[in-house]
Design a protein around this ligand. Structure first.
Ligand code: G3I
Length: 350
C-alpha cells in the first residue's frame, strides 16, 4: 500500500514536470525566471552592439536612466565631449560632462563611442572669434585632439575624429579647419589621434551618407586615399538621421559593403527616423519598417559593427527643436513606452 502510494506520487510528479516542460517549452524551462533579452544582448549575439546617445541634463530622470542602463550595450555622449564642453577656454580642459556619461556607461558595462573631436559646430567662442595662422591653428587642433583622446584612453573604443567634413555635393565643407589648413587637416587629425591612443578605432562620421551618392562617394574616395597613404582610419560612421518624407536609403547595404571592401568598419552612429507630425499609426508602421531594414542592413555586412540611436526616447530627441513640426523619431515614445519601431528592431535582431 505504502510502496504503491509512493510510486503514484512519483509518477504524478514526473507527469507534472513533463506537462510543465511541454507547456512552457525547453527554452523557458532552462531559464524559468529570465527577462527577455535586451536590444544590447540580442545585438551581441551577432557580434554587434546596439546603443543609444544620451546627454547630461537627462541623467536626473531616473525612469529614463534605468532603461538607458539596462537596454543598451553602448553609449555615445550627445554633447559632453564636444569642443565647447571639453576646452571652454584655450588650454583649459573640462571633462566633467563627458566623464559623467562615460562613468555611468562603464558602471553599466556599456561600451562608449567618443563624439567628437573636430567639428565645425559647437565650438567655443575663443576658437571661432579669432583669425588663426595655419601654424597656430594646427597647434591648437593637435593639442585639443591629443588632450581629449589621452583623457579617454582605454575608456572609449572609438572616436568620431572628424565630423561632417563634406557638403551634400561631395565638396569639402568650408569650416574654420578646412579654410585655414586645407584638406590635409583630416589626415593630420587622424594621425594625432592615433599617437594619443594606439588602440582606439578612428572614424570619420557624417549624415546623408547612408545611400550611395555624391556625399558618400566623397568619403569613399577620401578613405581610399587615406588608406593608400597609410593614414590611420578604421571606420566610417553613417549617422542615419532619416526622415520618412525623404525616402529610405535603399543602397545602404551596398554602401556599407563598399567601405568594408576598403578594409574599413562601418557603424550606424546617430540613427533616428523623423516624420511630419502628427504621428499616425501608418507613419509609425512605416518607421518600424525602416528601423527593421536598417538593422538588417547592418547585420548583413560583417564589418558593420553596431547601431546607435540618437537617444532612445522622443522625450529627449533633438528633432522637434531643430525641425519644427517634425518628431516622433525614436523607438520609445515620450512616456518611455516602446513603439512599433522597438518591436521591429527586436525582430530584426532575433
Ligand atoms: O548648453 C546650452 C544651455 O546652456 C542653454 O540653456 C540651452 C538653451 O537652448 O542650450 C544649451 O545648448 C544646446 C546643446 O545642444 C546642449 O544641450 C544647444 O542649444 C543645442 O543646439 C544643442 O543641440 C545639439 C546639436 O547636436 C547641436 O548641433 C543636440 O543636443 C545634439 O544631439 C546634436 O547632435 C548632433 C551630432 O553631434 C552630430 N550630428 C548631428 C546631431 C544632431 O544635430
Amino acid at each position: 500500500m505504502r510502496r504503491n502510494s509512493t510510486r503514484l506520487r512519483l509518477v504524478g510528479a514526473l507527469a507534472g514536470a513533463l506537462l510543465t516542460v511541454v507547456a512552457t517549452g525547453p527554452a523557458a524551462q532552462a531559464h524559468p525566471d529570465k527577462e527577455p533579452p535586451t536590444l544590447g544582448e540580442l545585438a551581441q549575439r551577432h557580434g554587434r552592439y546596439f546603443g543609444s546617445a544620451t546627454d547630461n541634463p537627462e541623467l536626473t530622470d531616473t525612469a529614463y536612466t534605468a532603461l538607458l542602463g539596462s537596454e543598451f550595450g553602448q553609449i555615445t555622449p550627445g554633447n559632453g565631449q564636444k569642443w565647447y564642453a571639453t576646452e571652454p577656454q584655450q588650454g583649459v580642459f573640462d571633462f566633467s560632462a563627458g566623464d559623467e556619461i562615460v562613468n555611468l556607461a562603464r558602471a553599466n558595462h556599456q561600451k562608449v563611442r567618443g563624439h567628437t573631436l573636430v567639428w565645425h559646430s559647437q565650438l567655443p567662442d575663443w576658437l571661432t572669434g579669432k583669425e588663426w595662422t595655419p601654424a597656430e591653428l594646427r597647434s591648437v587642433l593637435k593639442k585639443h585632439i591629443q588632450t581629449v583622446v589621452r583623457h579617454y584612453r582605454g575608456k572609449v573604443f572609438a572616436w568620431d575624429v572628424v565630423n561632417e567634413a563634406f557638403n551634400e555635393d561631395g565638396t569639402y565643407r568650408e569650416t574654420i579647419f578646412y579654410k585655414t589648413l586645407g584638406p590635409g587637416y583630416i589626415a593630420d587629425a587622424l594621425r594625432w589621434a592615433r599617437q594619443a591612443d594606439p588602440h582606439v578605432k578612428l572614424y570619420l562620421n557624417d549624415y546623408n551618407i547612408e545611400a550611395v551618392g555624391p556625399k558618400s562617394d566623397a568619403y569613399y574616395t577620401l578613405a581610399k586615399e587615406l588608406k593608400a597613404k597609410r593614414v590611420p582610419l578604421d571606420g566610417i560612421g553613417l549617422q542615419a538621421h532619416l526622415a520618412l518624407q525623404y525616402g529610405y536609403p535603399t543602397t545602404l547595404e551596398e554602401n556599407l559593403r563598399r567601405f568594408a571592401r576598403l578594409g574599413l568598419d562601418t557603424a550606424l552612429t546617430e540613427v533616428d527616423v523623423r516624420m511630419l507630425l502628427p504621428a499616425t499609426e501608418e507613419k509609425l508602421a512605416q518607421q518600424a519598417d525602416w528601423y527593421r531594414d536598417l538593422t538588417e542592413a547592418c547585420l548583413a555586412v560583417r564589418r558593420c559593427v553596431g547601431i546607435t540611436i540618437w537617444d532612445y526616447t522622443d522625450k529627449y530627441s533633438w528633432i522637434p527643436a531643430f525641425f519644427p513640426g517634425e518628431g516622433a523619431a525614436l523607438p520609445w515614445d515620450e512616456q518611455l513606452v516602446p513603439k512599433p519601431a522597438y518591436h521591429a528592431i527586436r525582430q530584426a535582431l532575433r
